[in-house]
Structures are given as structure tokens and as C-alpha cells.
Design a protein around this ligand. Structure first.
Ligand code: MN
Length: 353
């Protein structure tokens, strides 16, 4: 049976932390509306406490964008949780996402808390958030560098306190797929109440492994992935939404998992985010790069002319792009159903580029 994986988009929060990628409130609303058309399950609209601009963006997106659950990030501090609620209140589908580190490195050097103090704080803040909303997510920051035994203890305690989603961040992009998958399996096996929560993952791409780690986590039972359009985000970025979504869609046979994303909106969303943030998409980027569907090898072209499945694992039309004016461009019209050109023309023009 195919499991449906929730897509939690953090383009407007972690993505916006990319150097030079800041967006104003109107731009964020535009992106959020497109994310709703794309069909993401949750939009992390910002970090309400962090600035008046973020507060306003969260508030307006929660009020104006229909479909997805709208989420605000909040540190595990009362004033952050309260501010997140102020931004979200009155909106139909909302979530508070609170976080606190569980790694000794962070607790000792950054938070100056003991393990017991951190666990107690995490529980109190989840309870405080649950006093406002039903839907609470907790992230043990730097989970991939935490002592698993302590991590599992904290997870058990915050689930008991009412967190419905437990997000496991590889905050510094240190994890590798087999190990990260094992960590997720460990949560399912070692945390007695883990079945009461959705296990989520939030990966960074410092070693180029964000998507690989996320897929390994889904394989081991994760039910939510956090990601951004074009993989933008802090440092080397986050899991790219288009890659994790197409990875699952294309290899559903292996993962037995899929998402509710309307893939025909992927190309359009990628271009909108690139334009607004000024973050250029590299030409050889998987799924949304300009060359992602350009075949130049004569042998490959020969095969494609005979049958597309010889060298094409995904159809460009699936992503809402069609061949126009000498390159792959978003389909005109809402549905992305533009027809594909004569194959021979396509191939010859691609070679010419
Ligand atoms: Mn992050």
C-alpha cells in the first residue's frame, strides 16, 4: 500500500535564510499562494517572534492562503510561543513548530543547559503551544549529533506532552543516508509512544545528501519531509522539494510512498521562487535545471526517437514544462498540458543550444 508523505515547505522560513534571499510580505504571499496551488500540506510561513516583518507575513499568509496548514516557528521560550499564536490565531488550519537542541555540543556551548533542563523546557513549551493549538510540532535541533538514548527520551516526553509531529533535523548536514535511516528506525523501535506522532525529517545539503537522507528516512517510516523550492536555505540549502517529490513519484515502486503534490506546478513554482529571491537555478540541477531534459548524446537521441522510455525516466510535461521558443519553459495556462513538439525538432534544437 502506498503511504502518503506530508510535504512541509519551509521556503519562506529556512529558504529565506539563504544569504540575499529575503522577501517582503507581498512576495511571501505570492509564493505561499503558489505553494498552495502546488499542493504542499504545510507551509512554514516564518518565525513570528524574529521580526515585525516575519510576524506580518505569518499573520497574513494564515489569513489569506487557503488549503495548506500554516505554521510559525518558535524557539522553546514562552514569548516565542505566544507570539506565534498571536500571528496564527483566527486562521483555520495552523501549527506551532517549536524547537530546542538535544546535542551535548549545543546544550553545553550554546544553550548552557543540562540534559534534564532541556527535556523539561521542551515538555513545558510543547504543553504551552498545545494550550493554543491542536497541531504542535517539536524539533530536537541537531538530532543527528545527539546521543540517541537521550534523543529518544526527549521524543517520548514531548509526544506525551502533546506534540503530534516530531521533526528530526540534520541541522548541520552531517548525517549520511544509512545512518540517518537507522536513527529514524531507532525512533520507531525504541520510543514506546512513537506511533502516536508523525516522524518528520529536515535535512541540509552540506554534503550533497539532503535528498538522499530524506529518502532513507522515508524508507524507514518517516511520514513528513521538510523541504524548500530549488533546495534554497541556510548554507548549502535544504532538501529540494522537487527532488524528493519526484524521487518518490518516480520510484514509488521501491518506496511504496508518494505525496499529494501537483507536479505540473513544479516548474512554475521553481521559476517564481528563483525570480523573487534572485537565487539562480544551476543549469544541471535535477528536475528544474534548464538542462534537466536536454539530451545531447547521439546514441541517446537515437533511442529517444524510437521510444522515450529508452532514456527518459520522467516526462517533462509532468513538471508543467513544454518545448517553446527553443527551450523548456512553463506551459501556458494553468494546467501545464501544452503539447510536446515533434520529437525531431526538439532534439535538433537541444543539440543547437
Ligand atoms: Mn534548517
Amino acid at each position: 500500500m502506498t503511504r502518503m508523505i506530508r510535504v512541509f515547505d519551509t521556503t519562506l522560513r529556512d529558504g529565506e535564510q539563504s544569504p540575499g534571499a529575503s522577501m517582503n510580505v507581498e512576495e511571501k504571499i505570492m509564493v505561499a499562494k503558489q505553494l498552495a496551488r502546488l499542493g504542499v500540506d504545510i507551509i512554514e510561513a516564518g518565525f513570528a517572534y524574529s521580526s515585525p516583518g516575519d510576524f506580518e507575513a505569518v499573520r497574513r499568509i494564515a489569513q489569506e492562503v487557503e488549503g495548506p496548514t500554516i505554521c510559525s516557528l518558535a524557539r522553546a521560550r514562552p514569548e516565542d510561543i505566544d507570539r506565534a499564536w498571536e500571528a496564527l490565531k483566527g486562521a483555520p488550519k495552523v501549527r506551532i513548530h517549536t524547537f530546542l537542541s538535544t546535542s551535548d555540543i549545543h546544550l553545553k556551548h550554546q544553550f548552557r543547559m543540562t540534559r534534564d533542563e532541556a527535556k523539561k523546557r521542551a515538555v513545558e513549551m510543547v504543553q504551552r503551544a498545545r494550550g493554543y493549538v491542536e497541531d504542535v510540532e517539536f524539533s530536537p535541533m541537531d538530532a543527528s549529533r545527539s546521543d540517541p538514548a537521550y534523543l529518544y527520551e526527549v521524543i517520548e516526553a514531548v509526544i506525551a506532552a502533546g506534540a503530534g509531529t516530531i521533526n528530526i533535523p540534520d541541522t548541520v548536514g552531517y548525517a549520511v543516508p544509512q545512518e540517518f535511516g537507522r536513527l529514524i528506525r531507532g525512533i520507531r523501535e525504541q520510543v514506546p509512544n512513537s506511533a502516536q506522532a508523525v516522524i518528520s525529517v529536515h535535512c541540509h545539503n552540506d554534503l550533497g545528501l539532503a535528498v538522499g537522507n530524506s529518502l532513507a528516512a522515508v524508507f524507514e517510516g518517516a511520514g513528513q519531509v521538510e523541504c524548500t523550492i530549488n533546495g534554497i536555505g541556510e548554507r548549502a540549502g535544504n532538501t529540494a522539494l522537487e527532488e524528493i517529490v519526484m524521487g518518490l513519484r518516480t520510484r514509488k515502486d521501491f518506496y511504496q510512498a508518494d505525496t499529494r503534490i501537483r507536479t505540473e506546478e513544479i516548474s512554475k513554482t521553481s521559476r517564481l521562487v528563483s525570480k523573487i529571491t534572485g537565487m539562480v537555478v544551476q543549469p544541471n540541477k535535477a528536475i528544474v535545471g534548464a538542462n534537466a531534459f536536454a539530451h545531447t548524446s547521439g546514441i541517446h537521441q537515437d533511442g529517444l526517437l524510437k521510444d522515450k522510455t529508452t532514456y527518459e525516466i520522467m516526462r517533462p510535461e509532468t513538471l508543467g514544462i513544454v518545448w517553446r521558443m527553443g527551450s523548456w519553459l512553463p506551459a501556458l495556462g494553468r494546467k501545464g498540458t501544452g503539447s510536446r513538439p515533434q520529437r525531431s525538432t526538439t532534439l535538433l534544437q537541444v543539440v543547437g543550444n
